[in-house]
Each structure stands twice: as C-alpha cells, then as structure tokens.
Design a protein around this ligand. Sequence first.
Ligand SMILES: CC(C)(COP(=O)(O)OP(=O)(O)OC[C@H]1O[C@@H](n2cnc3c(N)ncnc32)[C@H](O)[C@@H]1OP(=O)(O)O)[C@@H](O)C(=O)NCCC(=O)NCCS
Length: 204
Amino acid sequence: MAKKEIKTDVVENENHCLIKKSQILIGDGRKAFIRPLEVMDKTGLVSFYTSLSEVTQGFYVLDDYGEKTAVRLCESISNPKKLHFVIENDLSKIIAIMKFSLDLPEADRVRFTQYGVDLIPGTVSRCGLCIADDYQNVGLGAVALQQVIDTSDSLGLRVIMLSGGIFANNGRAIHLTQKFGFQIVGKFTDSNGQEHVDLLRFNR
Ligand SMILES: CC(C)(COP(=O)(O)OP(=O)(O)OC[C@H]1O[C@@H](n2cnc3c(N)ncnc32)[C@H](O)[C@@H]1OP(=O)(O)O)[C@@H](O)C(=O)NCCC(=O)NCCS
C-alpha cells in the first residue's frame, strides 16, 4: 500500500491551494508526488495520454488522447471549480491524472434524479482518475481518492460523484471506489451498448 507524506505546501496556482504538494512512497520502493495540475503540464499530459495502453483507454474513454484534451484540461485550471491534480514520478513524468471538479453538469443531475437521488449544485464534487499502465495496482488510486475525499470534506461538500460512471466490467475501479465508501446508485447503457455503474459517496 502506498503511503502519503506531506512534504511541502508550495502550490503555484491559488485556485488549487486545497491540493497540497506531497510525496507518495509506493510499496515497491518507488517515489511519486501528488500536485495540482498546472498550465505548463500540457506537454507532459500529451505524453501521458499517448502512452496509455488500449486496455486502459478502454476503461478511460476520451474523444482525444493527445493535445486537444491536454490543452483543454490545462487551460481549465483558471476556473476555481476545477481542482484537477496529477501524480508524477521522481523524474517529473506525469503518471496519473485526477479530474476533480466542484461543478455539477445538468446532464449528470438529471441522470441521478432518475435513480431517485436529488443532487444539489454546490454540494457535490466529481472525480475521474486514470493511472499510467506501469503504475496501476500499486496503491496510487487509493492515495488519489483519499485526496479527493479529504478536500471534499474540508469544503463541507455532501456528495462525491464518479464522473461519467465506471464501466460495469471495470472490477478494479469498482472494488477501489467501494473500499472508499462509494455506493452504486444506478446503472446505464451508453450509445455503444456498454454498461456503466454510477457511484456516489455520501460524506459525513
Ligand atoms: C482503476 C484505477 C484508477 C485504480 O487505481 P490503482 O492505483 O490501480 O488502484 P490501487 O492499487 O489503489 O487499488 C487497487 C485495488 O483493486 C484490487 N484489484 C485489482 N484488480 C482487480 C480486479 N480485476 N477486480 C477487483 N479488484 C481488483 C486490488 O487488489 C486493490 O485492492 P486492495 O487494496 O483491497 O487489495 C487504475 O487502475 C486505472 O487508472 N485504470 C485504468 C483507467 C480506469 O479504469 N480508470 C477508472 C475510470 S473511473
């Protein structure tokens, strides 16, 4: 299991002051660092997206695994509702991206209403995680989820949503999120006929 230790409070973007830069000790001896996404991460993010295997892309579906997505994400961080963060290795290479937002798209609100869950804008955070193939299953997902939970708790938010749900066959993501208190509240089938589960974590 990876252990997280706070190393420094240095944060370059005041919109991301809630995400503290910190070191992660991975169980296999490797070190990693969690920090806010920055505008200058565009190139690193393109390298990250283009390195993802077909299997990982199959679980983490994007319109574009390159510059378009990287630019959009990096430029979104001027929005105070975007608290995206990355994990990098000891060579400063991005090895994970956590999309973490405080807004609630209307389509999500409507979908959850159909499950009988009324989400109130301003009380919900949303997250979506992808870890580089070489770093999966060594505890980084747990560290990243804990960061989202701690930040959401400190903001007094009531609910955390897994953005876009999780593919029903993504056993690892479902196991991990349930371990952190997320509950399946509904299911839906996308336009390609693939099944997803929608999960929420109700904060204390
Ligand atoms: C899913 C993902 C985010 C999980 O992060 P991670 O760092 O690999 O996960 P961790 O190492 O923190 O934890 C994995 C847990 O799942 C378990 N696990 C691994 N494979 C599993 C499987 N096929 N079925 C069920 N559980 C599984 C592990 O044993 C571990 O649980 P434990 O701590 O109770 O032993 C990461 O693997 C990833 O980015 N995958 C590709 C993209 C993706 O699926 N994104 C999620 C979309 S929401």
